[in-house]
Write a protein that binds this ligand. Sequence first.
Ligand code: DGY
Length: 323
Amino acid sequence: MTKPKVLLTRRWPDAVERAMAERFDLTPNASDRPLGVSDFRDAFARFDAVCPTVSDKLGPEVFDLADTRTRILGNYGVGVSHIDLDRARALRMTVSNTPDVLSECTADLAMTLLLMAARRVGEGERQLRAGGWKGWHPTHMIGTKVSGATLGIIGFGRIGQAMAQRAHFGFGMKILVQNRSPVAPEVLVRYKAEQVASVDELLPQCDFVSLHCPGGRANARLIDGRRLDLMRPGAFLINTARGELIDEQALAQALWFGTIAGAGLDVYEREPAIPGELLGADNLVMLPHLGSATDRTREAMGFKVMENLTAFFDGKALPDRVV
Ligand code: DGY
């Protein structure tokens, strides 16, 4: 029996590429260079499955075709806002993603950013390495206490709950939650969390706000200038979800004028491009989209894509079907 032809758009962990190559007629991307629009259109004519990831932009122009050989997009990652799902559906493509396996590592990184921003870790390290540290003194680089503070979590899915787990049990934080649907009472009880009705209601009550909702058109610029003004002057904004959730120019202004105390970002609107105004803000901690970047998680994500493709080509129900 001929094996399905599968394309990986970037380099994947070796162990996953080896396993995929046994099961499928696999074309890996040895150069690791991102594909362009014409590469995708060409791939849709030649492969049964294409496996993109967050660094690929699959907008409407990619899907502007009469028909395709590709029947499934096995996305390497949980977020799918880089794929025009309506256009994929119109071409009768199935789309799968990789939930669960990255929740813990992404929440670990959100907590890292929260602690780094609150305790001025980036600033401190920069000062020390530049030879600017003059020794201990009582007023040196004073930060914000994390333990016992109030954390607002926007989006209370798997990653939001993993964040609550760390913040509540590890740091005794009070948890407020905003979520588009009601959260089950037993879940709220687990973290002694309280659900509020809207983002506007949550923001003024929090010392820290962490974003864990999906990106895409519906949530674009969810945190804009008006909402940054609703935050406390001593508060911090953390984003490990998607760059488009924040109006970056408005955030830069809020950081420069001290409307909020600081922020921690792992994701950006036009990554890897970062606006200069953000690069120059000392009260901002920035990481290069590292949320899921651990050996175990990146392998687990790849094996999850493999499970979904296997189910698809065996005619079985997909464990992680998006479309
Ligand atoms: C995801 O899974 O959506 C991440 O952003 C990629 O690590």
